[in-house]
Design a protein around this ligand. Structure first.
Ligand code: SAM
Length: 203
């Protein structure tokens, strides 16, 4: 099943299914993503708009997503939060947006959803969209180091997340950074050793 179908199926239930993780983990780490960002920002794979409350004041934000069902929820959240956001249906690999139109780009829990063969095209497109010197900040899951937790995540949560969200915990966008014309600025875990923030910069 392609990712659009996956999120058309789950879109209506997404916020409910993810509620426990949103409240317990993500709400605390989303603000880290926006530290020191300003100007024109792209939220690539905006989903149901969970980042909207954390967009920096004064910034101009565009959010894109493949799934109309997810975008419908994002539009409702935009209205509830009262924040202007340009929400559009687009594929992260071919957005149709103008080159170098953004000061920075964020993408949360999207690269763990993209299949391996989609990682480089997605990074290349984001590299095209960000201004030279601009940052691309990714938040994604990783497999933990400790053997028992790694086993549970790989063989229990992995199949669940794969079926529900088309997600995997072993994606490695950093391997494609150089080919996309990006340098790795930093990578650090922001929740235990399972959620990582990867910062890339256009050279
Ligand atoms: C796990 S959700 C994360 C949503 C949101 N960023 C968040 O932090 O809650 C992944 C999102 O990526 C979107 N997505 C998957 N493949 C995509 C693609 N090729 N282009 C654009 N969006 C995509 C899905 O529709 C979904 O909304």
């Amino acid at each position: 099943m392609d990712k659009k179908q996956v999120y058309e199926r789950v879109g209506r239930w997404y916020d409910l299914l993810d509620h426990f993780f949103e409240v317990g983990r993500y709400q605390a780490i989303r603000p880290l993503l926006f530290e020191n960002l300003s100007g024109t920002l792209l939220d690539a794979g905006v989903g149901t708009g969970r980042n909207i409350p954390f967009y920096p004041t004064g910034s101009t934000v565009t959010g894109i997503d493949l799934s109309p069902a997810m975008l419908r929820r994002a539009k409702a959240r935009r209205a509830a939060v009262g924040r202007a956001v340009d929400l559009r249906e687009a594929d992260i690999r071919d957005t149709g947006l103008a080159s170098e139109g953004f000061d920075a780009i964020v993408s949360t829990f999207v690269f763990c959803v993209l299949d391996d063969d989609q990682q480089l095209p997605a990074l290349q497109e984001l590299a095209r969209l960000v201004k030279p010197g601009g940052e691309i900040r990714l938040l994604d899951y990783r497999l933990p180091q400790q053997a028992r937790r790694r086993f549970i995540m790989r063989y229990f949560w992995g199949p669940v997340a794969g079926w529900l969200y088309g997600a995997g915990f072993d994606r490695t966008p950093e391997k494609h950074a150089e080919a996309a014309g990006l340098e790795v600025v930093s990578e650090r875990f922001v929740y235990r050793d399972v959620i990582r923030m990867l910062v890339l910069r256009r050279q």
